[in-house]
Design a binder for this molecule. Sequence first.
Ligand code: PGA
Length: 236
Amino acid sequence: MKKLVMGNFKMNGDFAMIDTYGDTLLQLQDEKGPWTHDLILFPPTPYLNELQIILWETDIAIGAQDCSPHGGQGALTGEVSASFIKDMGCTHVLVGHSERRHKIHESNETVIEKLKRVAEEGLTPVLCIGETKEEYEQQLTLDRLHEQLKDLPDVEMVIAYEPVWAIGTGLTASTDLIAERLSQIKAMLKEGTPVLYGGSVTPDNAAEILALSEVDGVLVGGASLKAEQIDKIARS
Ligand code: PGA
């Protein structure tokens, strides 16, 4: 079954990397044919257009890693409105990634405002949720997830469950834990909302994670920085 494979480059890359990455994906598509899963890539905002132009004739969609909680246009220096992201031809926007929640101190309220702006533009928000290591150890995971999922507007969205302790650490959650958490999360959501897993997904563990019936896809950070690796994951 076709699932979603999302690649989050985070604050990485430059024009040379983006050009090589895009060309490699085109070559891999020529050699191996279309990808098994739907591939969506999230480069840094300044490179959205570059990657989009290279991959124009593929089925790969492009999304942004963040946007302003304010909509439309106006006197807000430095802000990137969801309407700009739409204008660039993107289809998805990540909101509430744990690095923004924890390192940039983005509140749940701000995250929800961003999610609304994305949906208002007809784009798909990918809402990232997940507990910290401390919350996990103190068995506060479900409390945290409930808090992050409360006050959600009634709009189409994708949820990405990413335990903070599994992000960039090589500590992937076990398949049993992923299956259990995703069922618990789905019980808190409108029926049919896709839920992804993220946290140290690699070409080596993607197949068993994507095979879980509870999993609608994966959000990949570090391993998405090499075109050959995201290609393998999207063919798992
Ligand atoms: P990781 O990051 O795959 O490097 O753990 C996942 C993410 O932050 O989305």
